[in-house]
Design a protein around this ligand. Structure first.
Ligand code: AMP
Length: 400
């Protein structure tokens, strides 16, 4: 039995979860938000207790020190030696990583090379890594990549139809993201619902404020919706997803804004927020739509249509589909948002929904299809952290 820490360091935040492995028991979890500010937020939750502090946390190093000090102060660990492994979530692994890797000099060098592909997250991941390494130098440290699961895609699934020299010279291709989540969902479905039969065709829908779909066969990704970066694919909270590339050029020409400004708007001011003009939070958008706001309703229908289009195309790609899995913030928690999608796909895929079951499943796992449905539809809350902890445990045992 060992303790493993799963870490998700963002540009101004660090989320963490401490596990006892291999039992997969969560010992504590929390976050540090607004790093770089005088009123940063520190939270730790354990044993049903929760502490929140608001204090200056000017960099990641200070944030990590606070987390580790709290573990001792609250009696969660007696000494840091108890934490045998630390796993860092890394968004972009590019072409280099098809599985998790020990966080050594070579891994750091490759992540540094990938900064141009992910300027927002990659430097934060490296800061998180160094901050933990300083206090826990003996712990086995690994990097767990969001892109790794998608490295099994065939060239026709990851290439872009652009001049080939750009693909070669700049590694400009589809990498996808949320791979850890899609893999967790597929593994769970194969183990718990298909008695270990990995040959089943599964489409996983990770639909939260960031959103992506994945087509899975033989437990491997064959296609995924996000692209070179997490901006591609379906519409999201603030990201536009796939659009005609001309829109970008057209808007730069029309508005007189720089390409960087328009790019920023496609990332941060589009999606639900852009179309509804209300919020990136789907709860607010739905409540406006229910009060008759037309743009809010259009944004929901557009989102559902985009998701349905991908489900259709992945069904063809897989030669049929045995199971569809809803996950992440929106479709783990909202029967209504699931219904918008199901209304768009059920007829073609001969899905028979048990609407009473759909209504009951909020934030928990279960099946929502009725007897005789050609495709099984499930809701499974995702758990990226436990995947990180599992790889930490394998790495500790030298079996990564
Ligand atoms: P995630 O990125 O997976 O954490 O998802 C977070 C998002 O899920 C939030 O920003 C909301 O838009 C959405 N969400 C969470 N709960 C609900 C709910 N009950 N109904 C609709 N949307 C929800």
């Amino acid at each position: 039995m060992i303790k493993c820490m799963a870490v998700n360091a963002g540009s101004s935040s660090i989320k963490y979860k401490l596990f006892e492995m291999p039992e997969e028991k969560v010992i504590c979890e929390g976050l540090v938000e607004r790093i770089g500010h005088e009123d940063a937020h520190f939270r730790i939750k354990y044993n049903g207790t929760k502490h929140d502090d608001y204090l200056p946390i000017m960099d990641h190093k200070v944030g990590v020190k606070l987390i580790l000090e709290a573990l001792i102060k609250d009696g969660i660990v007696k000494s840091y030696d108890e934490i045998k492994a630390v796993g860092h979530r890394v968004v972009q692994g590019g072409k280099y990583f098809s599985k998790s890797a020990y966080f050594n000099e070579d891994t750091e060098e490759k992540i540094t090379k990938l900064i141009p592909l992910d300027p927002l997250h990659a430097p934060a991941h490296l800061m998180g890594f160094h901050a933990f390494k300083e206090v826990l130098p003996e712990a086995v440290t690994i990097a767990v990549f969001d892109t790794a699961f998608h490295q099994s895609m065939a060239p026709e699934d990851y290439l872009y139809p652009i001049p080939y020299e750009y693909t070669e010279k700049y590694d400009c291709r589809r990498y996808g993201a949320h791979g850890t989540s899609h893999q967790y969902l597929a593994n769970k479905a194969i183990k718990d619902y298909f008695h270990g039969d990995a040959s089943k065709r599964i489409i996983t829908l990770h639909l939260g404020s960031g959103a992506s779909l994945c087509a899975i066969k033989d437990g491997k990704c064959v296609a995924t919706s996000m692209g070179l970066t997490p901006l591609g694919g379906v519409m999201m909270g603030t990201r536009c997803g796939d659009i005609d590339p001309s829109v970008y050029y057209y808007l730069v020409e029309k508005t007189g804004k720089s390409s960087a400004e328009i790019y920023d708007e496609l990332n941060k001011k589009s999606g639900f927020l852009g179309v509804s003009g209300i919020s990136n939070d789907t709860r607010d958008v739905l409540s406006a739509a229910e009060k008759g706001d037309e743009r809010a309703m259009n944004s929901i229908r557009l989102w559902a249509r985009r998701v349905a289009d991908f489900v259709g195309s992945y069904t063809v790609r897989l030669g049929g589909v045995d199971m569809i899995i809803f996950s992440a913030g929106i479709t783990e928690n909202s029967p209504t948002f699931r219904k918008f999608i199901l209304d768009d796909i059920s007829e073609a895929l001969k899905i028979k929904v048990d609407w009473a079951k759909n209504d009951l499943l909020i934030g928990k796992e279960g099946e929502i299809t009725a007897e005789g449905s050609q495709v099984r539809v499930l809701v499974i809350p995702t758990d990226e952290e436990v995947m990180i902890a599992r790889d930490c445990f394998s790495a500790f045992e030298g079996k990564l």
